[in-house]
Write a protein that binds this ligand. Structure first.
Ligand SMILES: [Fe+2]
Ligand SMILES: [Fe+2]
Length: 475
């Protein structure tokens, strides 16, 4: 089961040929997916040979195979992590019962909603990033972008498989709708707002893969705990791919920070305007991009207090991050959890039922996880002897969901007036001038081994290839 069958039209390790109805349904969806990819996937890239990894097995050891692939020929397929013998439902009202292999009828609409919401983000990110290929800072970065894009396409396959295999006619309709909603479309937008923002510059791309893909990691990890075993197995394999996306983001920002510091040191600069004149991205501008992406990602975790999240938990269909490692009863009867609340002009943490605070707990864990990379970037800045620290903005800053949506707050968490916000926000979030500056740096660098001036080369190449390897061949 671990080995993937590549002789099929749709590569898979789920014995698709043993289910003629499902195979027909997915084979009917496949050309629509390819049409979507050609229309809204990476722009003008169809003829390029890209050095991509393809999954050949779902075993933890050596599942990747690297070779030149034209992206439209990438073998998108359906790969589930190996089944765990005797797996149980580990939380909620059904704790201790065997995990479900089929959708429990009474939870059908909730499960469908979770799968659709996750699935929708996958093609959305491909659409958001579709023009980045024209301005890649190196062939190495271009290849990483395309790798992320094809894998997000595969993640859509993963969710569409679940819908088609387990939700009958509704599932088929949802699969169609995945290709009908489009990022930023005023009539049929993607479901979550952070996935309707265009990602048109490489600073945004690297923050996106740091912050948005990290949201993906936490959502997938919570779904991997699901008592619905096919969802759990699907998400577990997606998480192994997600790790590379997070690497792209963290190392990408590290390289931009490094280059900014080098430009400052080499030329003895401290004024951000001078860093810009030397073609680097000044650290205050990096902070603005960080503020934007982190704050819109906090919204992705939903309401601070959520009865939906409580319901999903009690049903056993979406757990907490690393559920089985948490030392409690996994039912959360009478348990409490601190949730922020606005009292006058203050933000206060108050005890609320832990069941209603499931979203908040995941957001807190995301916050902690996000901090790690920021600490590393700050270490690098300090090593250059530069007195500047990047900081994650307060959870109240620039929020559109939950109690903080009703107020304005500064990045350090002070509640402020509308007038103060209007006056200060240009110092906190990217302005049109900032965007125009960053855009002015975006030019394709296509000579192997060469990198744009604003980003340092990576420490090493992909799959032990040298940095001047021809990661993408344009012909
Ligand atoms: Fe994904
Ligand atoms: Fe991802």
């Amino acid at each position: 089961m671990a080995t993937i069958d590549y002789d099929q039209k749709i590569p898979n390790n789920v014995n698709l040929s043993g289910d003629a109805r499902l195979q027909r349904a997915l084979e009917a969806w496949q050309p629509k997916f390819l049409d979507w990819w050609k229309e809204l996937g990476p722009a003008d890239s169809g003829g390029y040979d890209c050095y991509l990894r393809t999954a050949v097995s779902v075993e933890p050891s050596g599942w990747a195979h690297f070779d030149y692939v034209k992206m439209p020929d990438y073998r998108w397929g359906i790969f589930l992590a190996p089944a765990e013998e005797g797996r149980l439902i580990n939380f909620g009202a059904h704790k201790g019962a065997p995990a479900w292999q089929d959708v429990p009828g009474e939870y059908r609409s909730e499960l469908r909603r979770l799968i659709v919401t996750q699935g929708d983000t996958e093609p959305a990110s491909v659409e958001q990033q579709r023009h980045l290929g024209k301005t890649a800072p190196s062939l190495y970065d271009l290849r990483n972008l395309y790798q992320v894009n094809v894998e997000e396409g595969r993640h859509l396959w993963a969710m569409v498989y679940l819908l088609q295999a387990h939700f009958g006619r509704d599932g088929r309709e949802e699969a169609e709708a995945m290709l009908e909603r489009h990022s930023g479309d005023p009539d049929k937008p993607r479901i979550l707002q952070a996935f309707n923002e265009p990602i048109d510059d490489w600073l945004s791309f690297h923050f996106f893969t740091y912050f948005q893909d990290r949201d993906g990691k936490f959502q997938l990890a919570a779904l991997a705990e699901s008592g619905f075993d096919p969802l759990s197995r699907t998400c577990r394999f997606m998480l192994t791919e997600e790790a590379h996306h997070l690497f792209v983001g963290e190392s990408g920002i590290t390289r931009i920070v490094q280059r900014s510091c080098e430009i400052m040191k080499e030329n003895n600069l401290s004024d951000p305007a001078d860093v810009r004149k030397h073609g680097g991205i000044d650290l205050p501008t990096l902070q603005k991009w960080l503020n934007f992406h982190f704050s819109i990602c906090l919204d992705l975790f939903g309401q601070e207090l959520s009865t939906n999240a409580a319901t999903y938990y009690t049903m056993g269909i979406k757990g907490r991050y690393e559920e089985t490692k948490i030392d409690d009863d996994h039912v959360l009867d009478g348990a409490s959890y601190k949730v922020p609340e606005i009292q006058g002009s203050k933000i206060v943490d108050v005890d609320e039922p832990a069941l209603n605070a499931i979203n908040q707990r995941l957001r807190d864990e995301y916050y902690t996880d996000s901090q790690r990379g920021v600490d590393n970037w700050n270490k690098m800045i300090a090593q250059h002897g530069i007195g500047f620290e990047l900081v994650l903005p307060n959870r109240a800053f620039h929020r559109n969901i939950g109690p903080f949506a009703k107020v304005k707050a500064s990045p350090d968490g002070k509640i402020i007036t509308e007038a103060e916000w209007d006056q200060s926000q240009g110092g906190w979030l990217p302005t049109p001038e900032d965007r125009a500056f960053v855009e002015s740096l975006m030019h394709a660098v296509t000579e192997p081994g060469k990198f744009a001036n604003y980003i340092a080369p990576p420490a090493r190449g992909i799959n032990r290839q040298p940095l001047d390897f021809e990661y993408v061949k344009f012909h």
